[in-house]
Design a protein around this ligand. Structure first.
Ligand code: AP5
Ligand code: MG
Length: 219
């Protein structure tokens, strides 16, 4: 049976980083709402132009637009066959209800917990490689020296926008937890990157879920 997971966490909590590890070791298709939107922005599509106006301010894109985009991707044959890892979606109760009403069932909702102080530090030090799409952190996941000049800073990674995004996340979280309450798995993401992944693996296994393609990392 394919594994279907949701990853929820505040901005900069390490959703994308954890998802890279999960999609590498488990047979699941990683769909990041933020990455899909940034692709639309860089391709200058109609959706991308509309979305950018919200994203640059750290505001949420309207539910209807988000649901249409994510349902389209989650219904593609690869996602159906291998299972999906939805990163950053659903983010509102309306989005959660829409995906449930569309018939999607999830094995677990992974909720990442990180202190506000760490979130600010992670956002401030994040750098993205426009060539490979790899996400680095100047302190916690240092990039190779020779690519540093080409790295970019996301426009929503200013301290002011980060704090605004953190507030939006806090406002939306409780209804999401309530909607998926049977499925919630909390992971302490205020730990080094490999430890977060190990805790995720242990907790997933405790629920009797997930068969890794590679052996689970040691704690
Ligand atoms: P999105 O791209 O989803 O942004 P986000 O939720 O704010 O999360 P981030 O991508 O900023 O952080 P992350 O949790 O993935 O952390 P990462 O792994 O990069 O969305 C962007 C925008 O799109 C939204 O503001 C909104 O406008 C729109 N949008 C998206 N989805 C939407 C939806 N469903 N509805 C409406 N609008 C939507 O890690 C962060 C940094 O920390 C990196 O540098 C990384 O190297 C480092 N790091 C990671 N883990 C660790 C660790 N354990 N220890 C130390 N450093 C770490
Ligand atoms: Mg992300």
């Amino acid at each position: 049976m394919p594994l279907n997971l949701l990853i929820v966490g505040p901005p900069g909590s390490g959703k994308g980083t954890l998802c890279d590890n999960i999609s590498r070791d488990y047979h699941v298709v990683h769909l990041s709402s933020g990455e899909l939107l940034r692709e639309e922005v860089s391709r200058k599509t109609k959706l991308g132009k509309e979305a950018f106006e919200f994203m640059k301010q750290g505001k949420l894109i309207p539910d209807e637009t988000m649901v249409r985009l994510m349902l389209h991707k989650a219904n593609e044959p690869g996602a159906k066959k291998f299972g999906v890892l939805l990163d950053g979606f659903p983010r509102t109760l309306a989005q959660a209800k829409a995906i449930t009403d569309a018939g999607f069932q999830f094995d677990a909702m992974i909720v990442l917990e990180v202190s506000d102080k760490s979130l600010i530090e992670r956002s401030a030090g994040r750098r993205v490689d426009p060539v490979t799409g790899e996400v680095y952190h100047l302190k916690f996941k240092p990039p190779p020296k020779h690519i540093i000049p080409r790295l970019i800073i996301r426009p929503d990674d200013t301290e002011q926008k980060q704090k605004f995004r953190m507030k939006i996340y806090k406002d939306q979280l409780n209804p999401l937890l309530e909607h998926f309450k049977e499925k919630v798995i909390t992971v302490n993401a205020d730990q080094p990157i490999p430890t977060v992944f190990s805790e995720f693996q242990v907790k997933l296994k405790e629920r009797g879920l997930g068969t890794t393609v590679r052996p689970a990392s040691k704690l």
